[in-house]
Design a protein around this ligand. Structure first.
Ligand SMILES: [Zn+2]
Length: 184
């Protein structure tokens, strides 16, 4: 089974509320001397979006990069490059989700600044909200992030061109637990 299939199978178990029985002690001990995750995931900090649960994955399977709005900046790029170049994950998933608070806030603020560090996140998401529809903006945000990653990371670009890395954009639905692959 390829890794994408493995993740989608895990998501199916999650939706059906039939997760694998886990032995955390065994999983923890298996990775003490090194990790070999097969996927790097850039996800949102939203407490309702938990990659390991969503994909019914165990310890050591997912290299997670996380922030509010799953935005891309230097620290994210560095983390992704670590996952791709050093840990050699063949998959990079950009995971957005329905009802994302960061995107909703960006759509709702009308460009007004709050004077807090949240402004930075809002600014990063702003190019994605042109159409004004929140759910569309969540998907567009992923397109912008993919573009930014490919523009700013030589390593990611090289791995994609060599066929060593696949970037997949996905949206997680809080409502039913399903993860959908986004095209384009
Ligand atoms: Zn979010």
């Amino acid at each position: 089974m390829d890794y994408l299939e493995r993740l989608l199978e895990g998501n199916k178990r999650f939706i059906e509320n039939k997760p694998l029985k886990r032995d955390f002690k065994e999983e923890r001990e298996r990775v003490v001397n090194g990790q070999k995750p097969y996927v790097t995931i850039l996800s949102c900090s939203d407490s309702r979006v938990v990659p390991e649960y969503i994909f019914d994955a165990g310890i050591g399977e997912i290299f997670t990069v996380i922030n509010a709005g799953n935005i891309c900046d230097s620290s994210v790029l560095g983390s992704i490059e670590y996952g791709v170049e050093h840990l050699k994950t063949p998959l990079l998933i950009l995971l957005g989700h329905s009802k994302c608070g960061a995107v909703t806030a960006t759509c709702g603020c009308g460009g007004k600044k709050s004077g807090t560090n949240i402004d930075y996140i809002i600014e990063k998401i702003t190019p994605a909200i042109a159409k004004g529809d929140i759910e569309e903006a969540i998907c567009e945000n992923l397109n912008c992030i993919e573009k930014e990653i490919l523009e700013k990371s030589q390593i990611v670009k090289e791995f994609v061109n060599k066929g060593k890395l696949k970037i997949i954009k996905m949206k997680y639905f809080l409502e039913d637990g399903e993860v959908k692959i986004l095209k384009g």
